[in-house]
Design a protein around this ligand. Structure first.
Ligand SMILES: *Cc1c(COP(=O)(O)O)cnc(C)c1O
Length: 371
Protein backbone atom coordinates (compact mmCIF):
# COMPACT_ATOMS: atom_id res chain seq x y z
CA UNK A 1 0.00 0.00 0.00
CA UNK A 2 1.41 3.38 -1.06
CA UNK A 3 -0.12 6.46 0.53
CA UNK A 4 -0.17 10.18 -0.16
CA UNK A 5 0.88 12.39 2.74
CA UNK A 6 -2.21 14.49 2.04
CA UNK A 7 -4.86 13.03 -0.26
CA UNK A 8 -6.12 15.95 -2.36
CA UNK A 9 -7.09 13.69 -5.26
CA UNK A 10 -9.93 11.96 -3.42
CA UNK A 11 -11.19 15.32 -2.26
CA UNK A 12 -11.25 16.62 -5.83
CA UNK A 13 -13.01 13.49 -7.02
CA UNK A 14 -15.73 14.04 -4.41
CA UNK A 15 -16.18 17.73 -5.21
CA UNK A 16 -15.38 17.65 -8.93
CA UNK A 17 -18.80 18.71 -10.25
CA UNK A 18 -19.07 21.68 -7.94
CA UNK A 19 -15.46 22.82 -8.30
CA UNK A 20 -15.61 22.57 -12.09
CA UNK A 21 -18.94 24.40 -12.27
CA UNK A 22 -17.79 27.20 -10.00
CA UNK A 23 -14.52 27.65 -11.89
CA UNK A 24 -16.38 27.56 -15.21
CA UNK A 25 -18.67 30.31 -13.96
CA UNK A 26 -15.65 32.53 -13.29
CA UNK A 27 -14.25 31.81 -16.74
CA UNK A 28 -17.63 32.73 -18.23
CA UNK A 29 -18.19 35.99 -16.34
CA UNK A 30 -14.56 36.99 -16.71
CA UNK A 31 -14.09 38.98 -13.50
CA UNK A 32 -10.81 37.32 -12.64
CA UNK A 33 -9.81 39.97 -10.10
CA UNK A 34 -12.28 40.94 -7.34
CA UNK A 35 -15.13 39.10 -9.03
CA UNK A 36 -18.37 38.28 -7.21
CA UNK A 37 -16.91 35.07 -5.70
CA UNK A 38 -14.51 37.18 -3.63
CA UNK A 39 -17.30 38.88 -1.68
CA UNK A 40 -19.33 35.69 -1.57
CA UNK A 41 -16.42 33.87 0.07
CA UNK A 42 -15.65 36.70 2.49
CA UNK A 43 -19.28 36.69 3.61
CA UNK A 44 -19.35 32.89 3.99
CA UNK A 45 -16.09 32.78 5.95
CA UNK A 46 -17.03 35.67 8.26
CA UNK A 47 -20.36 33.94 8.99
CA UNK A 48 -18.60 30.66 9.66
CA UNK A 49 -16.19 31.97 12.24
CA UNK A 50 -18.56 34.61 13.63
CA UNK A 51 -16.28 37.55 12.87
CA UNK A 52 -17.67 40.81 11.53
CA UNK A 53 -15.05 41.34 8.81
CA UNK A 54 -13.22 38.97 6.47
CA UNK A 55 -10.70 40.21 3.92
CA UNK A 56 -9.38 37.60 1.48
CA UNK A 57 -5.76 38.04 0.45
CA UNK A 58 -3.20 36.40 -1.82
CA UNK A 59 -1.69 34.04 0.81
CA UNK A 60 -1.35 33.37 4.50
CA UNK A 61 2.00 35.12 4.45
CA UNK A 62 0.45 38.20 2.85
CA UNK A 63 -2.33 38.08 5.47
CA UNK A 64 0.31 38.38 8.22
CA UNK A 65 2.07 41.19 6.39
CA UNK A 66 -1.13 43.17 5.81
CA UNK A 67 -2.26 42.62 9.42
CA UNK A 68 1.05 44.00 10.71
CA UNK A 69 0.80 46.95 8.29
CA UNK A 70 -2.77 47.64 9.43
CA UNK A 71 -1.50 47.78 13.04
CA UNK A 72 1.17 50.23 11.79
CA UNK A 73 4.04 48.18 13.20
CA UNK A 74 7.08 50.47 13.32
CA UNK A 75 10.76 49.58 12.91
CA UNK A 76 12.09 48.36 16.25
CA UNK A 77 8.67 47.32 17.52
CA UNK A 78 8.61 43.93 19.17
CA UNK A 79 6.15 41.12 18.51
CA UNK A 80 6.08 38.17 20.88
CA UNK A 81 5.70 34.84 19.11
CA UNK A 82 6.79 31.20 19.08
CA UNK A 83 9.96 29.98 17.37
CA UNK A 84 8.29 26.62 16.71
CA UNK A 85 6.34 27.52 13.59
CA UNK A 86 6.63 28.00 9.85
CA UNK A 87 9.06 30.81 9.00
CA UNK A 88 6.36 33.14 7.59
CA UNK A 89 5.18 33.93 11.13
CA UNK A 90 8.40 35.71 12.07
CA UNK A 91 9.38 36.61 8.51
CA UNK A 92 6.70 39.26 8.12
CA UNK A 93 7.59 40.84 11.47
CA UNK A 94 11.20 41.18 10.32
CA UNK A 95 10.14 42.39 6.88
CA UNK A 96 8.33 45.30 8.57
CA UNK A 97 11.48 46.14 10.52
CA UNK A 98 10.06 44.63 13.69
CA UNK A 99 11.73 42.25 16.08
CA UNK A 100 10.29 38.81 16.82
CA UNK A 101 10.70 38.01 20.50
CA UNK A 102 10.52 34.27 21.00
CA UNK A 103 8.72 32.54 23.83
CA UNK A 104 9.25 28.80 24.23
CA UNK A 105 6.53 26.21 23.72
CA UNK A 106 4.65 23.86 26.04
CA UNK A 107 6.38 20.51 25.52
CA UNK A 108 3.14 18.50 25.28
CA UNK A 109 1.18 20.71 22.81
CA UNK A 110 4.04 22.49 20.99
CA UNK A 111 2.06 25.73 21.39
CA UNK A 112 3.41 29.00 22.81
CA UNK A 113 3.74 28.73 26.60
CA UNK A 114 1.50 31.61 27.66
CA UNK A 115 2.89 31.53 31.21
CA UNK A 116 6.25 32.74 29.84
CA UNK A 117 4.91 35.66 27.79
CA UNK A 118 4.63 38.42 30.37
CA UNK A 119 8.33 38.27 31.29
CA UNK A 120 9.20 39.15 27.67
CA UNK A 121 7.11 42.33 27.47
CA UNK A 122 9.10 45.58 27.12
CA UNK A 123 8.12 49.19 26.32
CA UNK A 124 8.63 48.29 22.62
CA UNK A 125 6.21 45.35 22.60
CA UNK A 126 3.28 46.00 20.24
CA UNK A 127 1.64 42.65 19.69
CA UNK A 128 1.50 38.96 20.59
CA UNK A 129 1.28 36.46 17.73
CA UNK A 130 0.26 32.95 18.88
CA UNK A 131 0.17 30.17 16.28
CA UNK A 132 -2.46 27.40 16.02
CA UNK A 133 0.17 24.80 15.28
CA UNK A 134 -1.00 21.41 13.92
CA UNK A 135 -4.59 22.69 14.06
CA UNK A 136 -4.83 23.40 17.80
CA UNK A 137 -5.34 26.95 19.02
CA UNK A 138 -2.98 28.27 21.73
CA UNK A 139 -4.19 29.36 25.18
CA UNK A 140 -6.00 32.44 23.88
CA UNK A 141 -7.60 33.24 27.24
CA UNK A 142 -4.24 33.84 28.86
CA UNK A 143 -2.80 35.54 25.76
CA UNK A 144 -5.75 37.92 25.50
CA UNK A 145 -5.68 38.70 29.23
CA UNK A 146 -1.97 39.59 29.06
CA UNK A 147 -2.56 41.69 25.94
CA UNK A 148 -5.41 43.57 27.60
CA UNK A 149 -3.28 44.30 30.70
CA UNK A 150 -0.48 45.76 28.58
CA UNK A 151 -2.47 47.37 25.76
CA UNK A 152 -1.15 45.01 23.08
CA UNK A 153 -2.77 43.69 19.91
CA UNK A 154 -3.13 39.94 19.38
CA UNK A 155 -2.67 38.46 15.90
CA UNK A 156 -3.68 34.82 15.67
CA UNK A 157 -1.62 32.96 13.05
CA UNK A 158 -4.44 30.57 12.17
CA UNK A 159 -2.87 29.24 8.96
CA UNK A 160 -3.19 25.70 10.36
CA UNK A 161 -6.20 26.11 12.61
CA UNK A 162 -9.14 27.26 10.47
CA UNK A 163 -12.11 25.25 11.74
CA UNK A 164 -10.61 24.66 15.19
CA UNK A 165 -12.32 25.91 18.34
CA UNK A 166 -11.27 27.34 21.69
CA UNK A 167 -13.88 27.11 24.47
CA UNK A 168 -16.51 26.72 21.78
CA UNK A 169 -15.43 29.79 19.83
CA UNK A 170 -13.98 29.52 16.34
CA UNK A 171 -10.32 30.04 15.53
CA UNK A 172 -10.05 33.33 13.55
CA UNK A 173 -12.51 35.01 15.95
CA UNK A 174 -10.39 35.00 19.09
CA UNK A 175 -8.20 38.09 18.79
CA UNK A 176 -7.67 41.61 17.40
CA UNK A 177 -6.77 40.18 13.99
CA UNK A 178 -6.52 36.61 12.69
CA UNK A 179 -4.73 35.37 9.60
CA UNK A 180 -5.35 32.10 7.80
CA UNK A 181 -4.03 30.38 4.68
CA UNK A 182 -5.69 28.47 1.85
CA UNK A 183 -2.44 26.84 0.69
CA UNK A 184 -3.57 23.51 -0.84
CA UNK A 185 -2.42 21.34 2.07
CA UNK A 186 -4.04 23.41 4.84
CA UNK A 187 -7.31 22.21 6.41
CA UNK A 188 -9.25 24.50 4.03
CA UNK A 189 -7.22 24.84 0.86
CA UNK A 190 -7.55 26.25 -2.66
CA UNK A 191 -5.61 25.24 -5.80
CA UNK A 192 -2.83 27.78 -5.48
CA UNK A 193 -2.13 30.52 -2.98
CA UNK A 194 -4.79 32.27 -0.92
CA UNK A 195 -5.52 33.52 2.56
CA UNK A 196 -7.77 35.65 4.70
CA UNK A 197 -7.72 38.17 7.55
CA UNK A 198 -10.51 38.36 10.14
CA UNK A 199 -11.30 41.13 12.59
CA UNK A 200 -14.19 42.67 14.50
CA UNK A 201 -12.58 46.12 14.34
CA UNK A 202 -14.04 48.25 11.52
CA UNK A 203 -11.02 50.53 11.30
CA UNK A 204 -8.54 47.66 11.05
CA UNK A 205 -10.77 45.99 8.45
CA UNK A 206 -10.79 49.18 6.37
CA UNK A 207 -7.00 49.44 6.66
CA UNK A 208 -6.59 45.80 5.54
CA UNK A 209 -8.92 46.31 2.56
CA UNK A 210 -6.98 49.38 1.45
CA UNK A 211 -3.54 47.86 1.99
CA UNK A 212 -4.63 44.82 -0.07
CA UNK A 213 -5.05 47.07 -3.16
CA UNK A 214 -2.03 49.39 -3.02
CA UNK A 215 -3.39 51.52 -0.22
CA UNK A 216 -6.33 52.78 -2.25
CA UNK A 217 -9.27 54.26 -0.35
CA UNK A 218 -10.92 54.96 -3.73
CA UNK A 219 -9.80 54.15 -7.25
CA UNK A 220 -6.42 55.84 -7.86
CA UNK A 221 -6.57 57.53 -4.48
CA UNK A 222 -3.59 56.08 -2.63
CA UNK A 223 -4.16 56.98 0.98
CA UNK A 224 -1.43 54.77 2.40
CA UNK A 225 1.32 52.39 1.34
CA UNK A 226 -0.07 49.00 0.44
CA UNK A 227 0.68 45.87 -1.56
CA UNK A 228 -0.82 43.87 -4.41
CA UNK A 229 -2.41 41.32 -2.12
CA UNK A 230 -5.74 40.24 -3.60
CA UNK A 231 -6.91 36.65 -3.76
CA UNK A 232 -7.88 35.52 -7.31
CA UNK A 233 -11.57 35.08 -8.05
CA UNK A 234 -10.82 31.55 -9.32
CA UNK A 235 -9.23 30.55 -6.01
CA UNK A 236 -12.20 31.98 -4.11
CA UNK A 237 -14.47 29.82 -6.28
CA UNK A 238 -12.45 26.74 -5.29
CA UNK A 239 -12.73 27.52 -1.57
CA UNK A 240 -16.49 28.11 -1.93
CA UNK A 241 -16.82 24.63 -3.40
CA UNK A 242 -14.65 23.11 -0.67
CA UNK A 243 -16.84 24.72 2.00
CA UNK A 244 -19.73 22.56 0.80
CA UNK A 245 -18.39 19.52 2.62
CA UNK A 246 -16.08 21.23 5.08
CA UNK A 247 -18.20 20.31 8.11
CA UNK A 248 -18.04 16.68 7.04
CA UNK A 249 -14.27 17.01 6.63
CA UNK A 250 -13.90 18.53 10.09
CA UNK A 251 -15.81 15.60 11.58
CA UNK A 252 -13.65 13.15 9.63
CA UNK A 253 -10.47 14.86 10.80
CA UNK A 254 -11.68 14.71 14.40
CA UNK A 255 -12.55 11.02 14.06
CA UNK A 256 -9.30 10.10 12.32
CA UNK A 257 -7.28 12.05 14.89
CA UNK A 258 -9.10 10.30 17.73
CA UNK A 259 -8.57 6.91 16.08
CA UNK A 260 -4.84 7.53 15.60
CA UNK A 261 -4.76 8.43 19.28
CA UNK A 262 -6.50 5.21 20.35
CA UNK A 263 -4.47 2.93 18.10
CA UNK A 264 -1.18 4.47 19.18
CA UNK A 265 -2.04 4.86 22.87
CA UNK A 266 -2.62 1.10 23.06
CA UNK A 267 1.00 0.61 22.17
CA UNK A 268 2.43 3.63 23.96
CA UNK A 269 4.39 1.89 26.69
CA UNK A 270 7.00 0.04 24.71
CA UNK A 271 7.00 1.97 21.44
CA UNK A 272 8.68 5.22 22.47
CA UNK A 273 5.92 7.11 20.64
CA UNK A 274 4.45 10.06 22.54
CA UNK A 275 1.19 11.64 21.44
CA UNK A 276 0.52 15.34 21.19
CA UNK A 277 -1.78 16.64 23.93
CA UNK A 278 -5.03 18.32 22.94
CA UNK A 279 -6.38 20.49 25.77
CA UNK A 280 -9.95 19.65 26.85
CA UNK A 281 -11.26 23.16 26.05
CA UNK A 282 -10.26 22.88 22.36
CA UNK A 283 -11.13 21.05 19.14
CA UNK A 284 -8.05 20.34 17.03
CA UNK A 285 -8.46 20.16 13.23
CA UNK A 286 -5.28 18.11 12.86
CA UNK A 287 -3.76 20.18 10.06
CA UNK A 288 -0.98 17.69 10.74
CA UNK A 289 -1.25 14.53 12.80
CA UNK A 290 2.03 14.88 14.64
CA UNK A 291 3.62 12.56 17.20
CA UNK A 292 6.97 12.49 19.01
CA UNK A 293 9.36 9.65 18.18
CA UNK A 294 12.96 8.73 18.90
CA UNK A 295 15.52 7.99 16.16
CA UNK A 296 13.25 9.90 13.79
CA UNK A 297 15.32 9.69 10.59
CA UNK A 298 15.48 5.88 10.85
CA UNK A 299 11.76 5.64 11.59
CA UNK A 300 10.93 7.88 8.62
CA UNK A 301 13.07 5.80 6.27
CA UNK A 302 11.45 2.55 7.45
CA UNK A 303 7.99 4.07 7.03
CA UNK A 304 8.74 5.30 3.53
CA UNK A 305 9.95 1.80 2.60
CA UNK A 306 6.47 0.58 3.61
CA UNK A 307 4.77 3.21 1.44
CA UNK A 308 4.07 5.68 4.25
CA UNK A 309 5.36 9.24 3.66
CA UNK A 310 5.96 11.45 6.70
CA UNK A 311 7.06 15.04 7.25
CA UNK A 312 8.73 17.12 9.94
CA UNK A 313 7.04 20.34 11.05
CA UNK A 314 9.59 21.77 11.89
CA UNK A 315 13.12 20.43 12.37
CA UNK A 316 14.81 23.65 13.49
CA UNK A 317 13.07 26.41 15.48
CA UNK A 318 13.34 29.93 14.10
CA UNK A 319 15.65 31.24 16.82
CA UNK A 320 18.31 28.85 15.49
CA UNK A 321 17.76 29.73 11.81
CA UNK A 322 20.50 31.89 10.27
CA UNK A 323 18.08 34.61 9.14
CA UNK A 324 16.35 34.95 12.52
CA UNK A 325 18.95 34.10 15.14
CA UNK A 326 20.40 37.59 15.64
CA UNK A 327 18.66 38.67 18.84
CA UNK A 328 18.14 35.37 20.57
CA UNK A 329 20.49 33.17 22.53
CA UNK A 330 20.73 29.54 21.38
CA UNK A 331 19.65 28.34 24.83
CA UNK A 332 16.54 30.51 25.07
CA UNK A 333 13.86 28.05 23.89
CA UNK A 334 14.99 24.54 24.87
CA UNK A 335 11.57 22.87 24.49
CA UNK A 336 11.37 24.06 20.87
CA UNK A 337 14.75 22.52 20.15
CA UNK A 338 13.76 19.18 21.69
CA UNK A 339 10.44 19.14 19.83
CA UNK A 340 12.25 19.92 16.57
CA UNK A 341 14.31 16.78 17.05
CA UNK A 342 11.36 14.48 17.80
CA UNK A 343 8.21 15.60 15.94
CA UNK A 344 7.00 13.59 12.97
CA UNK A 345 3.74 14.07 11.04
CA UNK A 346 1.77 11.11 9.69
CA UNK A 347 -0.54 11.01 6.65
CA UNK A 348 -3.73 12.92 7.44
CA UNK A 349 -6.68 14.01 5.34
CA UNK A 350 -10.45 13.77 5.57
CA UNK A 351 -10.42 10.96 2.97
CA UNK A 352 -7.93 8.71 4.78
CA UNK A 353 -9.64 5.31 5.02
CA UNK A 354 -9.57 2.99 8.04
CA UNK A 355 -7.55 0.46 6.05
CA UNK A 356 -5.00 3.13 5.15
CA UNK A 357 -4.82 4.31 8.74
CA UNK A 358 -4.37 0.74 9.99
CA UNK A 359 -1.49 0.38 7.54
CA UNK A 360 0.14 3.59 8.79
CA UNK A 361 -0.12 2.47 12.42
CA UNK A 362 1.15 -1.04 11.73
CA UNK A 363 4.06 0.35 9.70
CA UNK A 364 4.88 2.87 12.42
CA UNK A 365 4.86 0.28 15.21
CA UNK A 366 7.06 -2.00 13.14
CA UNK A 367 9.41 0.90 12.37
CA UNK A 368 9.86 2.00 15.99
CA UNK A 369 10.39 -1.58 17.21
CA UNK A 370 13.07 -2.37 14.66
CA UNK A 371 16.41 -2.33 16.43
C1 LIG B 1 1.29 27.88 5.93
C2 LIG B 1 1.61 28.80 7.03
C3 LIG B 1 1.80 30.18 6.82
C4 LIG B 1 1.88 30.81 5.46
O1 LIG B 1 0.78 30.59 4.63
P1 LIG B 1 0.97 30.67 3.04
O2 LIG B 1 -0.43 30.70 2.53
O3 LIG B 1 1.73 29.47 2.62
O4 LIG B 1 1.69 31.93 2.75
C5 LIG B 1 2.00 30.99 7.94
N1 LIG B 1 2.04 30.48 9.17
C6 LIG B 1 1.88 29.17 9.41
C7 LIG B 1 1.89 28.68 10.82
C8 LIG B 1 1.67 28.29 8.35
O5 LIG B 1 1.53 26.98 8.59
Amino acid sequence: MKLDFIDLKSQYAALKTSINQRMQRVLDHGHYIMGPEVQELEFALAQRVGAVHCITVSSGTEALLIALMALDLQPGDEVITTPFTFAATAEMIVLRGGKPVYVDIEPDTCLINAALIEAKITPRTRAIMPVGLYGQVADMDTVNAIAARHGLAVIEDAAQSFGATFQGQQSCNLSTLACTSFFPSKPLGCYGDGGAIFTNDAQLAKACREIRVHGQSARYTHTRIGVGGRMDTLQCAVVLAKLERFDWELQRRADIGARYGQLLADSNNDSGITLLTVRPDRDCVWAQYTVFVNHRADVQARLLAQGVPTAVHYPKPLHLQPAYAADCCPECCPQSVIAGQRVMSLPMSADLTEAQQDHVVAALLKAVRTK
